[in-house]
Design a binder for this molecule. Structure first.
Ligand code: NCD
Ligand code: ZN
Length: 338
């Protein structure tokens, strides 16, 4: 008998599902195994109205083909009035802020991170209890962008002490250190940033399928991330940042940023936590912490994995889309039991 492991109500607190044929291809790969996910709003055009949120949620549910799965919707940050936010509050779980131009489809993001410029919207969010998720990078040197953003996190966290701020997909020790300084700062951590450093992306032959924003950093940064993830630090939760791009946009001159991990996330997290003798903490990292931080009550789902080799497909495709997962054509050590 192979070893098994059971997870209750897994949650992915940062997920890109895209739209149309890509949505139909990738959504079931998450909804089959996860209870819910925070859905990123960086569509073209971005999700900025109540109508767009409600319609996108409907398209997602349709793509999930009856799986019991909750898409926790977000708005793309811009200046919103309190009246608008009051009206849309029940339809969203958070608002996602992108600095302009910092990553895929963020061209209409925020051009100034100045607290006074952001104040009206952040004040309203704080009063209404709407969390703020931030892609925390400046437009400086690529390896320093996240660390350079720390004073901005500090200024917003101090100016709005009642606003829950989630530092999305953190990649540095600098960001980890912020968790213990500001009570209202939280973080999501991806699978790939727990596994790779810049060496894996560009140290040998260039690996476009590992190229993402923020770029993977140094070994000491990965060690700091592993420390809080494996220890299930109460202020961190899993957010895959699974970001599918068509194969030709990854394997091209001008590679799109994003790692597609949705179909392997649970299995590889299990492998990673087992390897470090921390399996007992995985439930907190992948569900319980998020439930507490966001105050949500996800659909009940029990997922069992077994320690049996799984050969990851070379790609996932439908009639029009083809996308390459992390570990494509490689063998991982845990499988889903259906
Ligand atoms: C994401 C995408 O493709 O939408 N890309 C990425 O590299 N992570 C956007 C993002 O989260 O930055
Ligand atoms: Zn993302």
């Amino acid at each position: 008998m192979s070893k098994t492991f059971t997870i209750k109500n897994p949650l992915d607190m940062h997920l890109h599902l895209r739209d149309n044929d890509m949505l139909n291809l990738v959504a079931p790969l998450t909804s089959k195994t996860f209870s819910g996910a925070i859905i990123m709003p960086n569509l073209v055009p971005p999700v900025t109205t109540k109508e767009a949120v409600v319609a996108y949620k409907q398209r997602i549910l349709q793509a999930c083909k009856g799986d019991s799965f909750e898409p926790y919707m977000t708005l793309f940050f811009q200046n919103y009035t309190k009246e608008f936010l009051t009206d849309v509050k029940e339809d969203i779980l958070a608002i996602k802020l992108y600095p302009a131009g910092i990553t895929t489809n963020s061209e209409t993001g925020v051009s100034s991170m100045d607290v006074e410029t952001l104040r009206p919207t952040l004040e309203a969010m704080s009063e209404l209890g709407i969390p703020l998720c931030i892609h925390g990078e400046t437009n400086g040197f690529v390896m320093d962008r996240e660390a350079e953003f720390m004073p901005i996190y500090a200024s917003i966290a101090s100016a709005f002490p009642n606003l829950k701020i989630i530092m999305e997909h953190i990649t540095t020790k600098a960001a980890v250190d912020m968790l213990d300084i500001y009570p209202n700062l939280y973080a999501t951590i991806t699978l790939h940033h727990l596994l790779i450093t810049l060496d894996d992306v560009a140290g040998g032959m260039l690996k476009p399928h590992l190229f993402c924003k923020p770029i993977a950093k140094r070994d000491e940064d990965r060690a700091a991330l592993l420390n809080v993830a494996l220890g299930a630090h109460p202020k961190v939760c899993f957010g895959s940042d699974s970001a599918p791009h068509p194969k030709h946009k990854k394997e091209s001159c001008g590679c799109a940023a994003g790692v597609f991990t949705a179909p392997i996330a649970l299995q590889v997290l299990t492998e990673l936590f087992e390897k470090h003798n921390c399996l007992d903490n995985l439930q907190k990292f992948i569900s319980d912490n998020a439930v507490r931080i966001y105050g949500i009550n996800p659909p009940q789902k029990t997922i069992t994995l077994e320690k049996v080799d799984f050969k990851v497909p070379q790609n996932y495709q439908n009639e029009t889309e083809i996308v390459v997962p992390m570990y494509a054509d490689e063998v991982i050590k845990w499988s889903l039991v259906n």
